[in-house]
Design a protein around this ligand. Sequence first.
Ligand SMILES: [Fe+2]
Length: 288
Amino acid sequence: MTKTAIESGAYLHHIHLHSPDPGALARFYADTMDMPDIAEADGAFIVSGPRRQVVFSAGPARKLAAAAFACRDQVALAGLFGRAEDQGLSPQPAKSPLLDQGAFAVRDPDGNQVVFGLVRPGNEIRPVSGTASRAGIHGPIQHLTLASQDIAAIEGFYAGKLGFAVSDRVRNEKGEVTTCFMRSNHEHHTLACFLHRDRNGIDHHSYEAGDFMTIRDWADRFSEREIKLMWGPGRHGPGNNLFIFITDPDGNWIEVSAELETVYDRPVQEWPHVERTLNLWGDGLMRA
Ligand SMILES: [Fe+2]
């Protein structure tokens, strides 16, 4: 039996970024993003903190090596693998330091590698309830947002083939989709895509702080390091989440977010391509 990404309960477990200086970027995340443990394996730096992990290895700046989603269980993973095969995605075995054997990888139309697997014991990042999980600042990695010149192809791949569900779309006055928000579980989006006229790759990735006071703690942590917010605080229209953004030394945009909408069952909502959709409180950071 095949399963969609939604039926497999997939969630974003970690991302693997390339960098011209992956050691320096790893140290930046270790300090700034409160992920103090750095391990090296097969030339990659694995940076770990409370319920969040990011992997870095050598390559061009702002280039995704892989986005890794964890499935609910073995049945879910096998079902999603079957769907990827049925849809002609040629899933390939994937090796990950944070996922168990049996993980598989596919490539989206822009060449981004997406891995699905089961979490290797000791690397779990959910559930996030309860105070016991709050050693360090709360903020599991939560979503990845791509940049693409062809949103229809990205939506066709993730929603059409892998079975993510579309939560919201943003359209300009010509009817062109400029943003698509997709979910693989109850979170409003675990993967999104912004239209960029000039490049494909990553727009940003995000950590879920849970509440606004924890966003305050993150902003204070950034301030102690004299890192200015590049956008926010604000509240997005789609997803209704609170946000702040900073930039890492490679130019990757990092979001810290809270109060993201929980979606179980509702129609797709359409939004106009205006600043207010991006930020109900103030300036919107328009990508296209
Ligand atoms: Fe975001």
